[in-house]
Design a protein around this ligand. Structure first.
Ligand SMILES: Nc1ncnc2c1ncn2[C@@H]1O[C@H](COP(=O)(O)OP(=O)(O)OP(=O)(O)O)[C@@H](O)[C@H]1O
Ligand SMILES: [Mg+2]
Length: 350
């Protein structure tokens, strides 16, 4: 490039409660943080993964860029939730050409939607004399169009549409260099969706997106204690004096009920995985949590106790070089959980 600096590619995570953006660059074998931004979205802007307020989302994307000096004009974004179907399928041995020709036909029986309405992608994850193992991912086209529209309206160009749970895996692999024996569960607890990905080495064994998240805790407090959203959110986050006149003992059982649902859904995911595999040896060693919902005080310990597994916070910046003159370390450490998916998306851009 002769004039000016070449504009980069940013990871853009459009969550139901906030928008996060991260730009990375690869320099002499290191990943450097170039820019990072985070802005909240008002409630009901995105419902069930569907952007309801197109202009609002595009305005917030622009605000994130303007307020945090993000110059990238291309973005990698992700989808998650019910409109995304991910399956590991086992097919007879075949050449890549044969697979390419027959993938729609094979995928059809695993996807509950008309293939004409979905965008389908696949990747060969293993091959031997008896089989070809293929990971398929499909997303409703209307969902992808909905997201692309918001991004284009913000003046950005969507170059890759990834899947949140794989972005999370990407983030994990780049930061943790797992060996073939490392079996972990990546758990991203957002506001409305929880992504679970059981990963062995660099291979995803099973994924599940569950519509439970941090907002469930807020909802329960709001409804049961007659609070508004802001009050309930503050009580949940343990803000001092947020719950004037409320007794600790009225809050705890409400929170425990939701924690119980979260733990049960993770346990169910483990059970579903076991039911789909004949491999009885693979054991999950630990859970790496992320997402704003994972910041709830005591949640990680409680999940560890109930699931009888160590729970650690995933550090999306473990191997990322951060210039502390440019970024406040205190602020970064505060938003570490929320940035995991955005960092994984940004990694696709470098
Ligand atoms: N300190 C905290 N304590 C408890 N909960 C918190 C804290 N900080 C953030 N949260 C919760 O985290 C959630 C937001 O997390 P995140 O930003 O990962 O979600 P999202 O990406 O917007 O949502 P989704 O991916 O589900 O669409 C909210 O429910 C918020 O209340
Ligand atoms: Mg999210």
């Amino acid at each position: 490039m002769l004039f000016g600096k070449k504009k980069g590619v940013a990871g853009l995570d459009i969550g139901s409660s906030s928008i996060k953006m991260v730009e990375l660059e690869s320099k002499s074998g290191n990943l450097n943080l170039v820019s990072l931004g985070f802005e909240n979205l008002p409630g009901d802007t995105i419902i069930d993964g569907q952007i309801m307020e197109m202009n609002l989302v595009s305005d917030v994307i622009q605000n994130v860029c303007n307020n945090h000096q993000i110059e990238a004009d291309k973005v990698v974004t992700g989808v998650s939730g019910h409109s995304v179907i991910i399956k590991n399928i086992v097919l007879p041995p075949m050449s890549r050409e044969e697979l390419e020709e027959s993938i729609d036909w094979h995928a059809e029986e695993h996807i509950p939607y008309d293939l004409a309405d979905v965008s389908l992608d696949y990747q060969v994850t293993g091959e031997d004399e008896e089989s070809t193992q293929v990971l398929i991912a499909a997303c409703k086209r209307e969902r992808i169009d909905n997201i692309k529209q918001a991004i284009q309206l913000a003046g950005k160009s969507p170059v890759v549409i990834d899947v949140d749970t794989f972005a999370l895996q990407n983030c994990y692999e780049a930061n943790y260099d797992p060996t073939e024996d490392d079996v972990v569960t990546l758990l991203n607890i957002g506001a409305s969706t929880m992504n679970v990905n059981i990963v062995k080495g660099t291979r995803s064994l099973f994924t599940r997106d569950i519509t439970v998240g941090g907002s469930q805790f807020t909802d329960v407090l709001q409804r049961s204690l007659g609070l508004n959203f802001q009050q309930a959110e503050a009580v949940k986050r343990g803000v001092v004096d947020a719950a004037e006149g409320l007794e600790e003992k009225s809050i705890e059982p409400l929170m425990n009920n939701v924690t119980e649902i979260v733990a049960m859904e993770i346990q169910k995911t483990f059970d579903f995985y076991r039911a789909t595999t004949d491999d009885n040896e693979t054991q999950v060693h630990k859970i790496l949590i992320s997402g704003g919902g994972s910041k709830l005080a005591g949640l990680a310990d409680e999940l560890s106790r109930r699931l009888e597994l160590p729970v650690e916070v995933l550090d999306p910046f473990r191997k990322v070089v951060i210039d502390t003159k440019k970024f406040d370390p205190e602020y970064i450490s505060e938003i570490v959980p929320e940035m995991a998916v955005a960092v994984g998306l940004a990694m696709r851009g470098v």
